[in-house]
Write a protein that binds this ligand. Structure first.
Ligand code: JHZ
Length: 395
């Protein structure tokens, strides 16, 4: 049974950056109710009523995974690790975005799957075989027919975006070699609970995974988790290594450890999520109080990174341009636009000192270190950052 534990109110599609604020544009803006639910039968946390993926993954998809140095390094590291560990002959990435992971591989050995046509165009132009379709059984069969079975499938920040997980794993099972491995990583619900990072809940994050929830779902599809890692990326992610139930792969000792951790931290209990939702309400109150106080004191506050995550915060907390003057973002196709729902202008990176900025809210808090390294001058001149993770804080 799916039980709702958190209502994040009316939210827009996070990828729908507005090109202007004309009446016709505003009239067409899509909103839905974002409610998070816990499934008491398999322990999975999901959006109660996800929106249609065709509305989200369009040819205007804005996020470029290659925009941060941190992620470039992380993808290079995992690409090298997988090469060494599995020595794959044929690989595939599901959700290849602008090619930040596949660029670490020889073009002949890797297949890209990316439903956003504008992104698929980039990897295709760079010489990679790219399928611009959603991942499902039909596509899995099409790829196997063309290229044969696959040794290694990798996916980052994509599987959690797909509503029908049974179809995901059935399609994986179909395309994998007998001893093939599926490696995927997504934000970890354990970190969300620990960090109070409720901004990980937005339209694209249809699910937030735990080890216990995924182990239930893979079992149903004749697969097994052979290893698991907790990562620092994106403020706390979980990486699963999955293989066929009858394959030669042994199960790592980490699997038992993470299971114990999750049971100890009650990730299988509805009450954990219910008390988390109370902390979320407190966080909202404190953030709005702080921003209003800064406004009264004539402080200039901006937000750093037009993240999808911050769309949840601004819409849930009702924070608009009256409290955040503008958002700065290095992604060219977000610049000059307006944030979804609250319509805060997005500007290219600028000199925060010259712009007389007093405070920058960390919309991209997951890159706090990278941002602080970049903004040494701002910090030296007394500029401060605001974060909501794990508590509302000025740093
Ligand atoms: P970032 C996206 O979420 C969407 P977002 C997606 N659904 C997902 O799952 C996660 O990524 C993984 C900018 N920036 O990665 C670049 C600067 O401007 O936290 C990005 O627009 N200056 C696929 O949007 C944004 O911040 C900088 O110095 O929440 C970061 O977005 C740095 C480091 C980043 O993901």
């Amino acid at each position: 049974m799916k039980k709702v534990f958190l209502n994040l109110l009316k939210q827009p599609i996070t990828n729908s950056y507005l090109p202007n604020l004309k009446n016709t544009t505003l009239k067409n803006e899509f909103f839905y109710n974002l409610s998070m639910a816990f499934d008491t039968s398999n322990y999975l946390v999901s959006i109660k009523k996800p929106i249609n993926p065709k509305k989200q993954y369009t040819d205007k998809y804005a996020h470029r995974a290659s925009q941060s140095k941190t992620m470039n390094i992380a993808f290079r590291k995992i690409a090298n690790k997988l090469k060494k560990k599995f020595k794959p002959r044929l690989l595939m990435e599901i959700g290849s975005n602008d090619g930040v992971f596949i660029k670490n591989y020889n073009k002949k050995n890797i297949i890209a799957v990316e439903p956003c046509k504008n992104l698929a165009k980039i990897t295709r132009k760079n010489g990679y075989l790219t399928f611009d379709n959603f991942w499902d059984l039909k596509l899995s069969k099409k790829i196997v027919k063309k290229k044969g079975k696959i040794d290694l499938v990798y996916s980052a920040n994509t599987i959690s975006h797909i509503p029908n997980l049974n179809e995901v794993f059935k399609s994986i099972s179909y395309c994998l070699e007998k001893n093939g491995v599926f490696v995927f990583e997504d934000p970890y619900i354990g970190s969300v609970i620990k960090n109070n990072s409720y901004d990980q809940f937005y339209d694209e994050h249809v699910h937030l995974f735990s080890f216990i929830s995924i182990s239930n779902i893979v079992k149903k599809n004749n697969l097994k988790i052979i290893d698991v890692e907790i990562l620092k990326t994106h403020g706390g992610s979980i990486r699963f290594y999955v293989a066929k139930a009858g394959s030669r792969h042994k199960v790592s000792s980490r699997v038992k450890k993470i299971f114990k951790y999750e049971i100890k931290n009650k990730l299988n209990k509805f009450s954990t999520y219910k008390s988390f939702s109370k902390r979320v309400a407190k966080s909202k109150k404190k953030l709005v109080f702080l921003l209003k106080k800064l406004k009264r004191n004539n402080k200039k506050v901006i937000s750093y990174g037009a993240t999808y995550k911050s769309a949840t915060i601004f819409n849930y907390c009702n924070i608009g341009p009256e409290l955040i003057t503008f958002v700065t973002d290095s992604t060219i196709n977000k610049q000059g636009k307006f944030t979804p729902g609250k319509h805060i202008p997005i500007k290219p990176p600028c000199d925060l000192v010259k712009e007389k900025i007093d405070y920058a809210f960390l919309g991209a808090w997951n890159f706090a270190k990278e941002i602080k390294d970049k903004e040494k001058k701002f910090i030296k001149k007394g500029g401060k950052f605001i974060t909501h993770v794990p508590n509302i804080n000025i740093i």
